[in-house]
Design a protein around this ligand. Sequence first.
Ligand code: GLC
Ligand code: GLC
Length: 825
Amino acid sequence: MEQQKRYGHFDDQHREYVITDPQTPWPWINYLGNEDFFSLISNTAGGYSFYKDAKFRRITRYRYNNVPMDNGGRYFYIKDGDTVWNPGWKPCKTPLDFYECRHGMSYTRITGRKQGVEASALFFVPLKKWCEVQKLTLRNDSQATKQLKLFSFEEWCLWNAATDMENFQRNFSTGEVEIENSTIYHKTEYRERRNHYAFYHVNTPIQGFDTDRESFIGLYNEFADPQAVMEGKPRNSHAHGWSPIASHYIEVTLQPGEQKDFIFLLGYVENEQDKKFEAPQVINKEKAHQLIAELDTTEKVDRAFAELCKYWDALLDIYKVKTGNDKLDRMVNIWNQYQCMVTFNFSRSASFFESGVGRGMGFRDSNQDLVGFVHQIPPRARQRIIDIASTQFPDGGCYHQYQPLTKRGNNDIGGGFNDDPCWLIFGTVAYIKETGDFSILDEMVPFDNQPGTEVTLFEHLRVSMNHVIENLGPHKLPLIGRADWNDCLNLNCFSMDPNESFQTTENVTEGTKAESLMIAGLFVVTGKDYVALCKELARRRQDDGGSADVYTAEAERMQQAVDEMIEAVKKDGWDGEWYLRAYDFFGNKIGSNECDEAKIFIESQGWCTMAEIGAEDGMVAKSLDACKKYLECEHGMVLNNPAFSKFIYEYGEISSYPEGYKENAGIFCHNNPWVIIGECIAGRGDDAWSHYAKILPSYVEEKYQTLHKVEPYVNCQMVAGKDAARPGEGKNSWLTGTAAWMWYTVSEFILGIKPDYDGIRIDPCLPETASDYTVCRKFREAEYEITIHPNGQQKGIKSIVLDGQPVKGAVIPYSAGKHIVEVNM
Ligand code: GLC
Ligand code: GLC
């Protein structure tokens, strides 16, 4: 095995990951902004910013799949004599005397030193403000006076990130800017339908500027050697069309030991239609001036930064564990929760693997993401549930994705993914259990955003369940539609045209027999939740003196459907040693010992074990053992085994991937937690823990920084599986359902702190070696300090003592205030 180099380390005290070598095996990025204004920033200051929607409101330009990979960003060039350097090393790549990038909670600090000068840049988006702050501190550590020339750089994107990269016959003529003192305004298309502009400001007089890219960089130069910088002479260019940029030029004199701050501000402004201009052709800058005034001194910026840190203190104070195992604690207390916020905000839209133009918010994705986030800011989760449900159709089907800016279903993708409806139950139940807010079920929510179609959210849940039972196949198992969770298992697609998308090509559904065991398991899990919810509603009705009949009947109806599904799985969904994956269009088995390849798949093992289908007949234990035997490897569990070695027309996209990658026997981390939860429910704590630790970033970080390639502080979607050329290599970091599932798994099933309607259910499942640990959990208006004594047990609660009083059963009843809980296993 090759020597694994290290590029950084965790700093738990500051909740940072510290990168000490700029040449990481892949750009290691961070996200700035928590609502509305967002930025992506790499460890060399690459990346871009946008307002709400990475497709429709792109503020700065980014070129994906570039050479080198991460090219373009917010760059500071420092010219010190003949030496030009950047604090983040790129783009000049001048060797630095010191380099450090600290990615923290919604901020990044990049520090470089060269020739006795230190430049430290703090990047963050202040709470509730539409801007990125860049606080650059220059310090002269040398004995001599320094005369520095400082150039800033941002490249404007012409708003719609898709057309920005396509429509040059137009784009090269539309670009417009205005310059006012130290502020450069980007106002392309503002003269017509747009009511928004952006600006780049610095809080000091400037000695020059550039707004035209070619004038600044030169036609034959690059970001690494812009002509204006190299010659130390700004062009004072005014962009007319072509490619507008923003660059300030500042002459800085620093005495030995002297230090100066510069506050750069990348801002975004929207104006009302009748207040767009202050004079013909001149944009109304009032709101920009206001925003600048709020952040134009070091003190104001430091205050805004302190507020951001406090905001994260509070968020991360809601669930805190102390196990004595640093690697576990830092993931639970910091990075897993942080990644959950990011996936909640972005779904699968904008990362260094997602261009931000292709995908909006996924129906199933966003429901899952909110389970990792709901404890942090419940009101935002609430709104998200309403937004998602509003893209549903009256028959319970739904748009697969919607655009964050418009909140409208995305017609390019459409619907027909038959697992989608179930996830609405999953998300909503999690929200109610966290908050106790049943009123969300009475919210009036439209179908397909059509005014006049509103029904209660509860009715949306009901039609979601119905969608499954109204779409059963010949074995009484759920029809798969375009695909279930595995977007690549396209059993009704039949495409031989490489220009067609497997996922959106019109399905051949007439006469299909394609059924999914994964949806079957998902239906049983969410169906049980739905039944429990109906019973809870019935009980509440009764307590209020009302009639519970409707809910009782609904509970019975769905319990029967769940029971029938369980029977169908036991009868036609079991392969002898594991659960089948599916039946294809013609009714042939997928994921069976009878198949040549891909005899076993992970999804149905995860969902059917979570659903405990056939547990009494030993099916669950056999299935979990089969996962260990056939799917598990050094880096986690692969999706299927053996990998497909050839393309199978009837299966769609899945076998289009080479062996070991993505949905063809990659370790698709998202689904590993399903099996881990299956293990926890079955009480197999050692197995659960060993699967979990394999994909826990902090464990991977320790051993595989080079091999793993992508950021070691968050989960990635896919790790190359055992059949791949480079097993263990990660791809598609950050935006993955893995974040929420890892959180759900560890917080509720391993550590065993489960919100429930009436309180907190305690049900840990631990490795035999686990020692005592304490979880501090804020829950509604209460705060619980829960200490668990495993006593060598993997599962099962012997006693719970709440504030000195023994509790019957496994649920700590909710009551406001501070509580101490002692649990013996
Ligand atoms: C991606 C999609 C998700 C899908 C998964 C497996 O993560 O965002 O919706 O379930 O891939 O195909
Ligand atoms: C692992 C850790 C241990 C922790 C336990 C909690 O065994 O090593 O420190 O208490 O998990 O689940």
